[in-house]
Design a protein around this ligand. Structure first.
Ligand SMILES: [Zn+2]
Length: 165
């Protein structure tokens, strides 16, 4: 199951990517472009826009009810229970499939305490972010050496997708 998320769902898009889902999220896309990409790439539309979902070409959609990302995530996973990928595999920023790397490649690219306490690291080959698994939780953490990419374009409200907790 591949998704395309509207501009209001940046945080949800990141969470889904961390779970391994292929999620297209570009807050500069307008409704027509979202529709075209969804049809071209056979992506399920995730949206909070009740007007948008009434458009005939937007039939393959999930209308996201909650404004809270955790509830949004639960709704998506409940709607597609057989679709959840088994492991974390995509960059939350750019949707690239992550590669495992040797631990020493993470040296000097993550905080020292992280390097000392973790064994398994992954890297995004596109934006070079480093990922690792949290020790006490199953949360995925990352160290962001780069500044967030600014959203520009349509002037629609974009979530700040760099504020992931
Ligand atoms: Zn990336």
């Amino acid at each position: 199951m591949k998704f395309i998320a509207d501009a209001m769902l940046g945080k949800l898009a990141k969470r889904l990517r961390l779970l391994g889902f292929d999620v297209l999220y570009d807050c500069t896309l307008d409704d027509n472009e979202i529709l075209r990409q969804a049809l071209d790439q056979e992506r399920m539309i995730l949206t909070r826009d009740s007007g948008f979902v009434q458009r005939p070409l937007a039939q393959r959609h999930l209308f996201v009810i909650s404004g809270h990302v955790q509830e949004q995530l639960q709704q998506v996973l409940a709607a597609f229970p057989d679709q959840a990928p088994l492991h974390f595999s995509r960059c939350s920023e750019c949707n690239t499939v992550l590669d495992w790397i040797d631990k020493r490649e993470a040296l000097d690219r993550v905080p020292q305490y992280v390097y000392e306490q973790h064994e398994d690291f992954m890297q995004c080959s596109t934006c070079e972010r480093i990922y690792w698994k949290g020790t006490h939780t199953r949360r995925i953490l990352r160290f962001n050496m780069n500044k967030p990419v600014p959203c520009s374009g349509t002037g629609r409200s974009c979530e700040n997708i760099d504020q992931m907790k």
